[in-house]
Design a protein around this ligand. Structure first.
Ligand SMILES: *Cc1c(COP(=O)(O)O)cnc(C)c1O
Length: 404
């Protein structure tokens, strides 16, 4: 794969397809941060971005455990990282998937939220005696931008019989939950941990794993969360005050926080109509969340000479023929942005490329590695600086290019 210094260097090659700009150094930094500072074990939630190159990068940053949710994810991670520990954390699984995961891929950790799933796991593994079984509790998503509260999880008032039955069957018993994605306050985890406490007390079981799930935030326009250290501190304190903390392990399953800074997207403007830009990627590409959740991503005009025009709020149309292929933004860009220009859309490493479809023939994109910093970061002190280095590939310098 080609390596460039910045989005501008990529734009010099005049791509007509959208190009993913990959920043392995940012993903490695995020992985190291979690491996070193989270007061327990970190599992990467593969669904946020299943790219094998990212999996290898996270592994290099110290992440050795992976939260997988489908048999395809199990096979992918096993193929990519033969030594990795896989945890199958989807509470509603096909029995064949459990069987293959256990017997062919060495998976020993499974989640469940119902007696029928416990029965399925025991049947599919031949009543294995070496299972870590995590009971998924339903918790509130009220602090999060994206709810995960409705679909999965046993209510704390009904959890006792399931916890007791799972305790009987499991070598190791866990309790897991998910506070919803992009949790904007550490309080989300404190609230969830009080439900865990209530569930443990009601069931009177010993618990070996407390898994606080994902939800750790990244930085987006209009969403500046507290520092991740604040989340870790709240989780640590809540964990320490549980009656099982002396013997239990603490786990987390970040997806977004580990992947978001890994990738941005370079798109080309095909046409301008008033404050609407027709670009070459959209709702069926890496911009699903921008279209369907009105998620805002940082944008920057990528030009050799910085525009002096003031910023105007733009919206985007994607490349398909569909009216739904629309991203409202607002995306502030210089008022003279026009057809032929390139735009970098940042922070798309999580739930960006992972959502891409080939609808209407527009699924193809290139990918290159760039060396500069992501457009926002949870892992850099202060504002990231643009790199001011010699551009080897193109024989020119980018010192007059600054996007910030
Ligand atoms: C999606 C998911 C995650 C990752 O969530 P983020 O909000 O991306 O951190 C973790 N665990 C489970 C079970 C999930 O479904």
């Amino acid at each position: 794969m080609d390596t460039y210094l910045t989005a501008l260097d990529v734009a010099f090659s005049l791509p007509s397809q959208p190009v993913s700009l990959l920043r392995p150094h940012a993903a490695r930094r995020a992985a190291r941060f979690f491996s070193e500072k989270f007061p327990g074990r970190t599992l990467y939630a593969v669904k946020a971005n299943p790219s094998p190159a990212l999996l290898e990068t996270l592994w290099a940053g110290g992440v050795t455990h992976f939260d997988v949710a489908s048999i395809a994810e199990v096979r992918l991670v096993r193929r990519t990282l033969p030594e990795a520990t896989l945890c199958f954390m989807h509470p509603v699984k096909a029995e064949e998937a459990i069987h293959e995961a256990y017997f062919q891929h060495g998976v020993r950790t499974f989640s469940l939220d119902h007696q029928s799933e416990l029965d399925a796991i025991l049947r599919a593994t031949g009543n294995a005696a070496d299972l870590t079984l995590c009971v998924r509790l339903r918790v509130s998503s009220k602090h999060s931008k994206l709810s995960l509260a409705s679909k999965f999880g046993v209510d704390v008032t009904e959890a006792a019989p399931l916890l007791q039955a799972t305790r009987q069957a499991a070598d190791s018993l866990g309790i897991c939950f998910h506070v919803g994605s992009q949790a904007m306050s550490p309080q989300a985890y404190a609230d969830a941990m009080s439900r865990v406490r209530a569930a443990i007390v009601a069931a009177a079981v010993t618990v070996d794993v407390i898994d606080v799930g994902g939800g750790f935030p990244s930085a987006y326009p209009g969403m500046e969360p507290p520092r991740l250290e604040d989340y870790f501190e709240v989780i640590h304190d809540a964990f320490e005050s549980l009656p099982v903390s002396y013997s239990a392990e603490l786990w987390c399953e970040p997806g977004r926080a580990l992947a978001a800074e890994y990738e941005s997207l370079l798109v080309k403007v095909a046409r301008r109509r008033n404050a609407e830009l027709y670009i070459n990627d959209g709702a069926y590409g890496a911009l699903f969340d921008a279209a369907h959740l009105d998620w805002r991503f940082p944008v920057a005009l990528v030009r050799e000479t910085e525009s002096r025009a003031r910023d105007v709020d733009f919206s985007f149309w994607g490349p398909t023929c569909d009216d739904m292929d629309h991203m409202a933004g607002p995306f502030p860009l210089p008022a003279d942005t026009d057809a032929g220009d390139y735009i970098e859309i940042g922070m798309l490493g999580a739930y960006g490329g992972a959502m891409r479809t080939a609808f209407n023939g527009f699924g193809v994109e290139g990918a290159v590695v760039v060396d500069d910093e992501p457009m926002a970061s949870m892992y850099l002190e202060g504002e990231p600086e643009g790199l001011q280095l010699e551009v080897v590939d193109f024989g020119r310098t980018s010192e007059h290019f600054s996007r910030r």
